[in-house]
Design a protein around this ligand. Structure first.
Ligand SMILES: [Fe+2]
Length: 612
């Protein structure tokens, strides 16, 4: 039997569990998908139970449990931080302490993890191995990557102390090269601007990145002069005078307000030129820092390939710049680059110590199985759900389903696409996706406003047949996890219309043959789809191409704003009925909105889902 290691990340943001067999990921999921609480930080009981069930094992079959960070070190960092800021941070200190102390405080996380595992009632609790936060990120970036050797760069907010780390991976060996420490953090710099622009820290960063192309980087110099001292090698120091996170529970205060002309934007209020320009500016500074760090990584390791993880590695625009700069021959980013992926890295760190090999490297492919590591629902389960509720459907074979969905898409229909195992990580990659025709100029606003109920400025991502990607995007390598932004190819661009438009009016300008996925700066957050990793999605793209000539679809996650991505057929059906999605493909079952019985709920569901 394989050597099974269970990894857990919990108690901060986006808890998750991952199971590896001889070092290979076989199951992984975020707790939010089961509890339906976005970014759920609680112990991932249900994700752990899923991982065990998926492999048909109990805790008795697990060799060790790996926890993704060291709570004692983290607490020491908090103590040192508060001591350094005293007496100004006392209130914040007093408010933070209870969460750490006491019987089930974070300081006793190892005991809590053991107790939570025991409470599952699934066998004896295995030995627990506590890893470091950045080690977990680094292993998750390198171990499953397709490279025999590589430079590994991890950039995030903060774990224990480290905020940016460089590693050198060779075979199964991963060694630290250098690190930058708290409070100097690129992730926290970006989060400070996220907060100042009125978005939520730890989830709104993605919105800020999407906002950046609407603005001009007119504050970039000011940021470089006042906020961050960025050295030629990519190392940096923040000017802590401007940041409040050492002293209190907020990111920015008066210093920021003075520097950027007034108070922070309140959430949901109208966006102004200032927010566009702030987003553009902090994005430009971040890209410059990441580029410098990448160059240093190349010099210090001599490697021609780069692996990345950590929250900042979800900044697919910066990743695209690194690839375009040609610093490395190839770049691979862990699809669960945020802290959820720490569960996987921690498990693989233990597996590596226990002798796991990286045999997948010989295949030239990564070991993530397309990041499709979550629960799947068989046709029998789906039929049982539909039949029990007398929900009308047609059952089709895979080819017919793809052809009929493609036909609907070409007629302007929006489709819920629920197939196979759910994605691990924040992006929907064609297993739990809402899809549409990217040639349709109205699709972007229809999907934002009538399907997702979210802000109109937010861009959508294209999924493209890997074999046709070059005809549509200037992408020098594959991007299976939608973590690389590239430019739409010149051949697909249209003569600029609507010259002189600015701000959100830029949205109305048609820029390419695939306007629904072309951002205002001609960029696109591409996912390349292969038959090997996602055959059903590949079949659909192929059917759409043979019907329309276009090998691209608009892809967005299957959820509404503020809700985690759907996991089960029931959640998919509910989302289908609550929104203007026209067709739902649940495995081999095709449902049309027009055939469905009237959908009624006692209260307005939108009141129950908190905004993100
Ligand atoms: Fe992290």
């Amino acid at each position: 039997m394989s050597d099974l290691i269970l990894g857990v990340s919990a108690f901060y943001h986006d808890s998750a569990a991952a199971l590896v067999a001889d070092g290979v990921p076989v199951a992984a999921a975020q707790e939010e998908r089961f509890t339906r609480r976005r970014h759920d930080p609680s112990f991932p009981s249900r994700a752990v139970a899923y991982c065990l069930d998926e492999q048909g094992v109990s805790l008795d079959d697990i060799s060790a449990v790996a926890y993704y960070e060291d709570p004692r070190l983290k607490f020491r960092r908090l103590l040192a931080t508060f001591a350094g800021a005293a007496p100004t941070g006392f209130t914040s200190f007093r408010d933070t302490l209870p969460a750490w102390l006491g019987r089930s405080g974070k300081l006793r996380t190892d005991a809590t993890v053991r107790a939570e595992l025991a409470a599952l009632g699934r066998g004896r609790v295995p030995e627990l191995s506590v890893r470091r936060h950045h080690e977990s990120h680094a292993v998750s970036a390198f171990f499953p990557s397709p490279y025999e050797s590589a430079a590994v760069l991890c950039i995030d907010g903060v774990g224990e102390w480290a905020t940016t780390t460089l590693w050198h991976g060779r075979g199964t060996d991963l060694r630290p090269v250098s690190e930058l420490r708290f409070p100097h953090s690129l992730g926290l710099l970006y989060s400070a601007f996220t907060y100042f622009c009125g978005f939520k820290v730890d989830s709104g960063e993605y919105k800020l990145m999407g906002l950046a192309p609407y603005g001009k980087p007119r504050y970039a110099r000011l940021i470089r002069e006042e906020l961050i001292d960025l050295k030629p090698d990519g190392s940096f120091r923040l000017n802590m005078r401007y940041f409040e996170y050492l002293r209190g529970q907020v990111m920015t205060g008066r210093g920021f307000e003075k520097l950027f002309g007034g108070p922070r934007r309140t959430s949901e209020s109208p966006l102004t030129e200032r927010e566009f320009d702030l987003a553009s500016s902090v994005q430009a500074v971040t890209e410059e820092a990441v580029l410098r760090l990448a160059r240093t990584a190349r010099e210090r390791t001599g490697e021609s390939r780069l692996c990345m993880a950590g929250g900042v590695a979800l900044n697919c625009v910066a990743n695209g710049k690194v690839i375009d700069a040609g610093i490395f021959d190839e770049v691979w980013v862990q699809p669960a680059a945020g802290d959820a992926g720490g569960a996987l890295g921690a498990a693989q760190a233990v597996a590596a110590e226990r002798g796991a090999r990286r045999d997948h490297v010989r295949t030239g492919h990564d070991a993530m199985s397309g990041s499709l590591l979550g629960p799947a629902y068989g046709d029998d389960e789906i039929a049982a759900y539909l039949d029990a509720r007398s929900i009308p459907y047609r059952r089709l074979d895979g080819d017919t389903l793809a052809a009929q969905v493609a036909d609907g898409l070409a007629r302007g229909k929006i489709v819920g696409w629920f197939q196979g195992r759910m994605e691990f990580g924040p992006r929907a990659l064609g297993a739990r996706s809402i899809i549409g025709d990217p040639r349709n100029p109205d699709m972007q606003s229809a999907m934002n406003l009538k399907i997702k109920f979210r802000e109109s400025f937010r861009p959508f991502a294209p999924a493209v047949l890997a074999e046709d990607a070059k005809d549509y995007f200037d992408l020098p390598q594959e991007s299976p996890y939608m973590l690389v932004v590239s430019q739409v190819a010149a051949a697909q661009r249209l003569e600029a219309q609507g010259g002189g438009a600015s701000g959100l009016d830029l949205l109305k300008v048609r820029r390419s043959t695939i306007p629904a996925v072309t951002h205002v700066d001609h960029s696109a957050r591409v996912q390349t789809v292969t038959d090997r990793e996602n055959p059903a999605y590949h079949r659909l793209l192929t059917a759409f191409k043979s019907l329309t000539g276009c090998p691209v679809l608009v892809n967005t996650s299957f959820n509404v704003r503020g809700e985690p991505i759907v996991n089960s057929p029931q959640e998919a059906y509910t989302c289908f009925m609550r929104t203007d999605i026209d067709m739902l493909a649940l495995g081999n079952f095709l449902l049309e909105k027009g055939d469905q019985p009237v959908w009624a709920e006692e209260s307005d569901w939108r009141d129950e889902i908190p905004l993100d």
